[in-house]
Design a protein around this ligand. Sequence first.
Ligand SMILES: Cc1cc2nc3c(=O)[nH]c(=O)nc-3n(C[C@H](O)[C@H](O)[C@H](O)COP(=O)(O)OP(=O)(O)OC[C@H]3O[C@@H](n4cnc5c(N)ncnc54)[C@H](O)[C@@H]3O)c2cc1C
Length: 493
Amino acid sequence: MADESYDVIVIGSGPGGLSTATLLQKRGVKCLLIEKNNLLGGKMISIDKDGYAYDLFPHGQVPMRGSAFEPIFEELGVFDEFVPALEPDDPRDVITLLYRRSDRKEYNRVTQGQAMADPGPFFELWDLEKEQQEAVVKIMAEMSLMSDDEIGKLDGITMDEWLAERDVPGPLYNYLGFHANASLAEPIDLVAASEQIVIMKQMMLQGGGGQYKGGFGGLTKVMAREFEKNGGTLIRNCKVDKINIEDGAVTGVATPEGTFRAPVVVSSAGIQPTILKLCGEEHFDKTYANYIKGLVPGWAFTSVRYFLDKTVMDTAMYVMYSDESWLNTERFDKMKNGEIPDEVILFMVNHNFYDENAAPPGKQVLVSGTVCSSNPEAKEIEGLWKRMDEQMQEFFPEIWQACERREYNGPKDIADLTRDSVIEGQGGECVGLAQIVGQCGSMKPDSKAPINGLYIAGADAGAKGMGTHQSALSGTAVARMVQQYLRGRAKMR
Ligand SMILES: Cc1cc2nc3c(=O)[nH]c(=O)nc-3n(C[C@H](O)[C@H](O)[C@H](O)COP(=O)(O)OP(=O)(O)OC[C@H]3O[C@@H](n4cnc5c(N)ncnc54)[C@H](O)[C@@H]3O)c2cc1C
């Protein structure tokens, strides 16, 4: 197969790379998609094993209506296969929330419909006085009514700074601190207000926490099938070693299976691994190489999967936090230095709620996560697993007792599965680059790298919002940029 030529080579089959490859191939551009793993999907990988079907990591889609995958499925002509596992107006209790105020010993527990659809359960959860309820509604309304332009003006300030200018009831501030961790894997004192508000607005107006039939991997399967059906070439189990560059332009890639040639290479292997390792910093001017080295990776999520011998969970998501358990920078630094907190946040997904065949009859699988550092060598991970298990035993004894088997996962597994660690502390990122001030919106790295024919797709470049959604948005935008570049090249010949 070596020495074949393509119009475009795409590295990686996560939502970023797969969106680019599938759309380009559908539009008649001859693509080669190379994935280092056997299973496709990157971080949104779904597993189908021993009668269980689940996402490897706890995933929820934001937004549910108007996700970036919708237009892709439409263009591929397979919109009937875009099947959210939960309708935005599903009347069932979907989320179980547990929250403890710092002035209380006990956790409050409420169940509610879909995320943010009704503030009533939050008021109950937070035990709010009437005046505080009004203040909460005012801030939520402000976020949901902001235009894209207004939100875009908040790239340069943190969510913490934005809230400091408002009268924010403590429980709302603490919820947003938790939300920054759970939805963005960031601390509220660094996350760009624009990124967090975009996601909050989407959750309120377009629904949040959705899933797909067959997990997120169901989307991957359809897109990969269409890619091949439309004539695309897919190589699995093949790790790209090098992006070949000659005279300031890409010429293809080198892999253990040989060299493949193309005038365009789109990489979703992460901007830092792509520039610093696959290309090599010697191909870029010092300013750009230093800029790439200085980019801050996002935090990671460490996860535990609980395989249960009976059906014990009745809602789709379990969310647990207290005023003390969500992490700002100060608390995170303490954790990194070995002080495992007494309580951790938990974000848990029950796949059986979405799909009754997600486990063998009468059994269940729950995927649970909490934030941690993206450093594959992070020291806090085992302590966090222990704390997660202790919380399960204490707060969900019925789940703990039903547990047949557990699987533990941390940033090292995420790095091994998806992106190489090329600078210290980086590799296990949950989303991608940190969505913090200086790296978002107008300051987000450009998908077009300063080498002719080189593009970055996925969570690190070009888009905003929650992980899978922004990766698919970025992939869609890169497909357009690549077509334009190829058209320009053709005209010049
Ligand atoms: C624990 C966890 C929880 C998450 N929760 C959510 C959530 O609730 N909602 C949400 O929307 N997002 C969530 N995300 C984030 C989301 O999964 C990612 O942001 C998204 O998958 C990033 O997409 P990507 O295409 O940029 O990169 P990836 O998904 O990382 O895909 C990159 C692909 O490139 C391949 N690759 C890398 N290097 C090479 C190479 N040299 N050669 C060949 N192939 C290569 C990798 O194997 C991988 O398949 C979560 C992620 C994790 C880890």
